[in-house]
Design a protein around this ligand. Structure first.
Ligand code: HEM
Length: 140
């Protein structure tokens, strides 16, 4: 995914943090806690406004909000051919990825800064042992 860094960098730090739902300097959720804390999606200001905005990326992509299973993410920042993120995720069910992206598509504040230029899906077989050869689970 390419990222329009020029446009994103033109936002104030507060606006950038609202896009993701985490603090820029330390990574803490806007609902409080440490970088290791999960975002408190129900936390509100005394006026009733969500601390993690309704369109923040961490809210839109949250597995509980999307209603999907666990996704392990391992992405790489890239500079060429353009600045962006080589987004990689591992999941038992491909729907975990597609449903998350579909949910982001409707109103994730991050997506207007990104352009997806390529995509691929791979089946990764579980590990193997001498008793359980690679791919044996596929045949019953
Ligand atoms: C340019 C693209 C993207 C950037 C820069 C980005 C960045 C981030 C950042 C900074 C976080 C918060 C820190 C963290 O939890 O690791 C995050 C969380 C997350 N992102 Fe992304 N992301 C991108 C695209 C995607 C895509 C395409 C998906 C899946 C379809 C995705 C799924 C998630 C999930 C599941 C979380 C954790 C939400 C939670 O439970 O707190 N992201 N992302």
């Amino acid at each position: 995914m390419e990222i329009d860094l020029t446009r994103f960098a033109a936002l104030s730090v507060t606006e950038q943090e609202a896009v993701f739902g985490r603090r820029r300097a330390g990574g803490e959720p806007l609902s409080g806690g440490s970088v290791d804390s999960a975002p408190g999606l129900n936390a509100k200001t005394p006026e009733g406004r969500y601390l993690v905005p309704v369109d923040a990326h961490v809210r839109r992509a949250n597995p509980t909000v999307v209603g999907v299973g666990h996704m392990l993410r391992r992405s790489y920042s890239i500079d060429a051919p353009a600045p962006g993120l080589l987004f990689i995720s591992f999941q038992n069910d491909l729907r975990t990825f597609t449903a998350t992206l579909a949910r982001m598509d409707t109103s994730d504040a991050l997506l207007p800064f990104t352009t997806t230029t390529a995509s691929a899906t791979f089946l990764i077989l579980p590990g193997y042992t001498p008793q359980r050869p690679l791919g044996s689970g596929l045949f019953g």
